[in-house]
Design a binder for this molecule. Structure first.
Ligand SMILES: NC(=O)c1ccc[n+]([C@@H]2O[C@H](COP(=O)([O-])OP(=O)(O)OC[C@H]3O[C@@H](n4cnc5c(N)ncnc54)[C@H](OP(=O)(O)O)[C@@H]3O)[C@@H](O)[C@H]2O)c1
Length: 255
């Protein structure tokens, strides 16, 4: 497979219905990329993001995906192929952003096996098998970005499994980069700091928010657009020699 440079690039963003993923989808469309975004439960919000992109003259498709449902990935890959053919008359896309994720709010002593397994399935196993399943559809020379977390580097109480899985995803990033180097597919992770979205029910009361801001060199929580703009800046040839890296976008949190 060869990328045709005259064609607009296409990005697939998981969890593009809200928060960081929505911002990635909108910024990508602004830069002229075609967008395939996924939602899980909130179909209206996912479809609204695609409609907003189309309303602004871009091209977008919204598809349902549960990142924990590994058995649905073959069917999902078929839907991606169908969307590529119908919307773009293409067989392949260029960039995959594994953004969908769920939070944890339980101390180690209170964490059940069910909670542990759900976190593993969405935040790690799903990332591995979805990427495996979609790689045949990604153009040679493309890029995969895994959204990880500052919590892969530093520890807070209540997020042990989540943080450990994000660290595992950062290790996986390097392994994917190694095994797909022959296709010149670059694989990087972007680790957001504390971002003001609905994630895990949001960032809590004012005192907690101020505490987070105080532990961040830039003195504030991040916005979804801080991450969306940055991720999309990586989705071009300007980052062509950046590979197998963890890049933290956290305003200098916990330094
Ligand atoms: N916010 C932060 O402070 C922060 C910091 C570091 C890293 N991150 C990471 O950034 C990513 C996005 O977080 P966010 O803050 O934008 O979260 P968010 O506002 O809660 O949005 C989560 C997105 O993921 C989707 N999603 C949830 N469960 C899913 C599942 N089982 N299968 C497929 N999609 C699913 C949601 O779809 P529906 O809308 O359909 O529910 C939604 O689009 C996550 O990987 C998170 O770990 C966030």
């Amino acid at each position: 497979m060869k990328t045709n440079n005259e064609q607009a690039k296409i990005v697939l963003v998981t969890g593009g219905s809200r928060g960081i993923g929505k911002s990635i989808a909108l910024h990508a469309a602004e830069r002229g990329l075609g967008v395939i975004l996924t939602y899980n439960n909130r179909s209206e919000e996912g479809l609204a993001v695609a409609a907003e992109i189309k309303g602004n003259g871009g091209k977008a498709v919204a598809l349902q995906l549960n990142a924990a449902d590994i058995r649905s990935f073959s069917r999902f890959a078929g839907q991606v192929s169908e969307a590529l053919r119908q919307e773009w008359n293409r067989e392949n896309f260029d960039y995959l952003v594994n953004n969908a994720g769920i939070a944890q709010r339980t101390l180690i002593k209170d964490t059940t096996e069910e909670q542990f397994d759900e976190l593993v399935n969405v935040n790690f196993k799903g990332v591995f098998f979805l990427t495996q399943k979609l790689l045949p559809l990604i153009n040679d020379g493309g890029q995969i970005i895994n959204i990880t977390s500052g919590l892969a580097r530093f520890a807070f109480p209540g997020v042990a499994v989540y943080g450990a899985l994000k660290a595992a995803t950062e290790a996986l990033t390097r392994y994917f980069a190694k095994e797909y180097a022959d296709r010149k597919i670059r694989v990087n992770s972007v680790a957001p700091g504390a971002i003001d979205t609905e994630f895990g029910g949001g960032k809590g009361d004012e005192a907690h928010r101020q505490q987070i801001a105080a532990s961040t060199a830039l003195g504030r929580l991040g916005e979804a657009d801080d991450i969306g703009a940055f991720v999309v800046s990586l989705l071009s040839d300007d980052s062509r020699f950046v590979n197998a890296q963890r890049i933290e976008a956290g305003g200098g949190i916990m330094i």
